[in-house]
Design a protein around this ligand. Structure first.
Ligand code: PMM
Length: 268
């Protein structure tokens, strides 16, 4: 899953793809580099980010989804808003990726269920402005607690009528998690791969990688975290992930192919 953030302020690629034509071109180039899906988002969820209004989000996302879908690209829409999910679905999106896993908008699960859309349920506790507060990053055991809370979100999605075979789960690296909590989740990814739904892992360019790679100049800048991101893609694939969400597709697409070859799911 390649990322196109149509935002001025995403930490990873903010401002690069604000123009719809540039964003669609970026999506096509991610596909050329090996992405099977392109994730289009119009709202930054970086820690501390304020919400964008609905009209702006629609204006950013829908033309890009439509252009890519028209070209035959499988598009996921990264949104917490039911109205944006519905408009993107109508414009040809193939999947709804909601970082709140149905928690932020009371209409989201119904819209997804009615559309019959595949749906990513990400572990989520709070909006970006508050998600890194001490009370939102407290866990007794981060892996066990995230698993329990994610299963509750899955239960709610099923109760709202989303079909079990349409659900993808995601532990939400960096969302209400400290750096060391992200590493604990990565160490035990198998717990999430065993939940009975495809697993999506989204570590690409995140701060905990910048911290790992920091030098005396400070954090490694976001755009220089792609090698480490591909390393996480390798370990995610080894742990049984269905997809990895990344900003540069080729290193991760190659890593996934290496793992698939070792696992015997591809042949020479
Ligand atoms: N992270 C971001 C955005 N969307 N979607 C899913 N499913 N999982 C994530 O962890 C996730 C996401 C934030 O990263 P970005 O600003 O680079 O897009």
């Amino acid at each position: 899953m390649g990322v196109v953030n149509v935002t001025p302020d995403s930490f990873s690629d903010g401002g690069l793809w604000l123009d719809a034509d540039a964003a669609a071109a970026r999506g096509r180039s991610l596909v050329a580099d090996g992405a099977d899906l392109v994730d289009v988002g119009g709202e930054s969820t970086r820690p501390g980010a304020q919400r964008v209004d609905e009209a702006t989000e629609l204006e950013r996302v829908v033309p890009v989804v439509r252009a890519l879908a028209r070209d035959g690209v499988a598009v996921s829409v990264d949104t917490m808003r039911a109205s944006v999910a519905a408009a993107a679905w109508d414009a040809g999106a193939a999947l709804v990726n909601d970082v709140s896993g149905g928690r932020a908008d009371p209409d989201m699960l119904r819209v997804v269920a009615d559309a019959g859309a595949p749906f990513v349920v990400m572990h989520w506790r709070a909006h970006s402005a508050a998600m890194q507060d001490a009370d939102h990053t407290h866990y007794d055991d981060v892996v066990a607690d995230v698993r329990t809370e994610l299963l509750l979100q899955v239960t709610d999605a099923l109760a709202a009528g989303v079909a079990a075979d349409r659900l993808v789960v995601d532990p939400g690296l960096g969302f209400s998690k400290t750096g060391s909590q992200n590493w604990e989740v990565l160490e035990r990814l198998g717990v999430f791969a065993d939940l009975g739904h495809p697993l999506l892992v989204a570590a690409s360019r995140k701060r905990f990688l910048g911290e790992l790679l920091a030098s005396h100049d400070g954090l490694r800048p976001a755009a220089d975290r792609d090698d480490a991101s591909a390393a996480v893609s390798t370990l995610s694939a080894l742990a049984g992930a269905w997809a990895v969400r990344v900003h540069e597709a080729r290193p991760s697409a190659d890593a996934v192919r290496v793992v698939a070859r070792l696992r015997g799911s591809t042949r020479d």
